[in-house]
Design a protein. Structure first.
Ligand code: DLL
Length: 433
């Protein structure tokens, strides 16, 4: 089912015209109501009247994460506080969180794009949606919750954690759609197995997984362990939360709901748009958001945009799965290493569990890369020779892909810390030295 056929299947020329109109309005609202934007526009010599069509977007300045910190907490709001009906915040690793606000209308649009997300993965009003993203300042829980209600599904507001209860209600309430981080879905499968609960016998059919990077190889692991089609869903709080883009059942790129969230891909070093189909940093402009008319926000997420038509009938452009960020690249002895490369290699090796931790440290002046890998129960209790052969194999395969020699530590099943929300897979101790 396509939730908003009118917009999701809009003729591309007509869509572009609509986006141009909305952009003009957003630029004007930003300039007139947010002193921060007025100053920024003035510094670039751009006035709202210079923005007449979508092509004029390149005249506008970028917004970056730090702009939220500089204007903390409400400096980017374009409406009086009495019109704000909700705030969310994402916690940074350091300092103050990034605060976002929503008017009643914004909440309505967010619910709509979240409902589109669920419908993209086959959800309908007949479904039972278990939301196991965290509720609270994080946008995951409430975002999917409102989307589920808008779709007309029966929503179970579980929030994250409490896996045994999640499994019990999944069974008793007949959950068909599960929404949580990809890493938490694996934890649910693991706890089910440990308790002798056959998760494959539940009514689950689709999982809406996002909020953290994951790979195709991880998707196969999830689809083997849970009876779901694993749908990749993308979003970020600054833009709205979940419901910015979603895979459809084709599982071939994420449809961007671009009548509201306009995407561009730029070269992160120069800020210039890349050639169509080229990889670069994803940038979003919120075309309709009233509380924060976000202009050209640099997400730091790396992707490509695909303009070819999807067999599902939606005409929106599709973004490729985000497997890296401009700031997650590790430089190990001068060599660039992306965590997603490591995950892809590990997930293809038999006997390796989908739980790992990358630890970077310094030994003297040299960087050391250690990868802790959980092995399956039967292998761990097996003879040392077999474990050593596995360690060697992981080492060889990673060395050839990464061009650095990692230290591989095979660790006991379930010994790597599980997370209820976003998984933490990299510890860089060099930062502390
Ligand atoms: O994670 C919103 C969300 C909630 C998306 C639930 C999907 C499901 P933030 O906490 O602001 O918002 O984190 C946003 O998470 O810039 C990406 O780096 C990463 N991210 C989100 N979805 C994906 C995904 C929510 N599907 C940041 N694949 C983004 C890879 C993702 N990374």
């Amino acid at each position: 089912m396509i939730f908003s056929e009118k917009y999701e299947c809009m003729d591309r020329k007509e869509l572009k015209r609509l986006q141009g109109e909305r952009l003009r309005d957003a630029a004007r609202r930003a300039y007139e109501n947010v002193p921060f934007y007025r100053k920024k526009f003035d510094e670039c010599g751009v006035k709202p009247e210079h923005i007449q069509s979508l092509d004029d977007i390149v005249k506008l300045p970028f917004t970056v994460k730090d702009d939220f910190r500089q204007t903390y907490p409400f400096g980017l709001f374009a409406v009086p506080q009495r019109e704000i009906v909700r705030v969310h915040a994402s916690s940074g690793t350091t300092g103050k969180p990034t605060v976002v606000g929503y008017t009643r209308e914004d909440i309505g649009i967010w619910a709509e794009t979240s409902a589109r997300t669920l419908a993209c993965g086959g959800g309908t009003a007949e479904d039972v949606l278990q939301v196991a993203y965290g509720y609270g300042l994080f946008t995951g829980g409430l975002g999917l919750h409102y989307g589920g209600e808008r779709l007309g599904a029966m929503v179970i507001p579980m929030s994250g954690g409490n896996s045994m209860k999640q499994l019990m209600l999944m069974q008793d309430f007949g959950t068909t759609l599960l929404a949580c981080t990809p890493s938490y879905s694996l934890q649910l499968a693991e706890e089910a197995a440990a308790e002798g609960f056959d998760i494959k016998k539940t009514k689950l059919k689709a999982g809406f997984f996002g909020a953290e990077p994951w790979t195709e190889a991880m998707r196969s692991q999830i689809e083997q362990r849970l009876p779901v089609k694993a749908i990749d869903i993308y979003g970020l709080s600054e833009v709205t939360g979940p419901g910015v883009a979603s895979e459809c059942l084709e599982q071939h790129g994420l449809h961007v709901f671009e009548d509201h969230y306009y995407p561009e891909v730029i070269n992160p070093s120069t800020g210039e748009p890349v050639a169509p189909g080229e990889r670069g940093e994803l940038v979003f402009t919120c075309l309709t958001k009233q509380a924060i008319p976000l202009i050209r926000y640099r997400t730091r997420d790396l992707t490509t945009l695909d303009e070819t038509l999807c067999p599902c009938g939606r005409t929106s452009r599709r973004m490729a799965r985000v497997t890296g960020r401009t700031d997650d690249m590790l430089i190990i002895r001068g060599v660039n290493v992306f965590p997603s490369q490591i995950e892809t290699v590990l997930m293809k090796i038999d006997g390796v569990e989908p739980h790992y931790l990358i630890v970077v440290d310094k030994s003297g002046v040299l960087d050391e890369l250690e990868i802790k890998v959980e092995v399956s129960e039967n292998l761990f209790s097996d003879e040392v020779k077999k474990l050593e052969a596995l360690r060697r194999r992981i080492f060889e395969e990673l060395r050839s892909v990464l061009s650095v020699s990692p230290k591989i530590s095979l660790v006991e099943p379930k010994s790597i810390e599980r997370s209820v929300g976003k998984a933490k897979r990299v510890i860089d101790r060099r930062d502390l030295k």
